[in-house]
Design a protein around this ligand. Structure first.
Ligand code: SF4
Length: 156
């Protein structure tokens, strides 16, 4: 059986689901390494140019044009895209600044300009089609395990 080619990508967030994912490797690495090629995962290996993949796990909300372009590129290369955690699924809590009043917006204006951030923070499904979601803040470990095991055993 061909290995599942997987990418793990992070946008605007606190990266707690990445920490959970790497912790899970302590128990599952021996098994997963036979079945999964973690081709694009900055926490595990040096970056390589993006190419086609079976599954893209995407954590975080989208807060700039550059991020939205990267997300669209990932979507075009992945057969299946999975939103990981609340920020990716709903935008929150990363999108709290969308609700700021005028005074608060004025206070963060220079930061938005300096880092080329967009006016609004968006959830993944505002920009691309999402096939599966793993809810939680951070992601629910059992739901992630159940989904990845299903994807490993699905024909690809
Ligand atoms: S969903 Fe929660 S844990 Fe995950 S990145 Fe957002 S704030 Fe952090």
């Amino acid at each position: 059986m061909a290995k599942l080619t997987v990418g793990w990508f992070t946008f605007t967030c606190c990266e707690d689901s990445t920490i959970i994912f790497t912790e899970l490797l302590n128990q599952h690495w021996q098994d997963w390494t036979k079945k999964i090629d973690f081709k694009y995962a900055k926490t595990l290996r040096r970056s390589v140019d993006l190419g086609p993949m079976d599954v893209a796990f995407v954590e975080g909300a989208i807060s700039s044009v550059k991020q939205s372009q990267k997300l669209k590129q990932i979507r075009s290369l992945a057969k299946i895209l999975v939103a990981i955690g609340s920020c990716a699924i709903t935008g929150q809590p990363s999108a709290q600044r969308n609700e700021f009043n005028q005074t608060q917006k004025a206070e963060i204006k220079t930061i938005l300009e300096r880092f080329d951030y967009a006016d609004k923070v968006q959830k993944l499904s505002d920009l691309v089609a999402v096939d599966h979601s793993v809810p939680g803040c951070p992601m629910d470990e059992q739901k992630f395990l159940s989904l990845i095991n299903k994807l490993i055993h699905a024909p690809n």
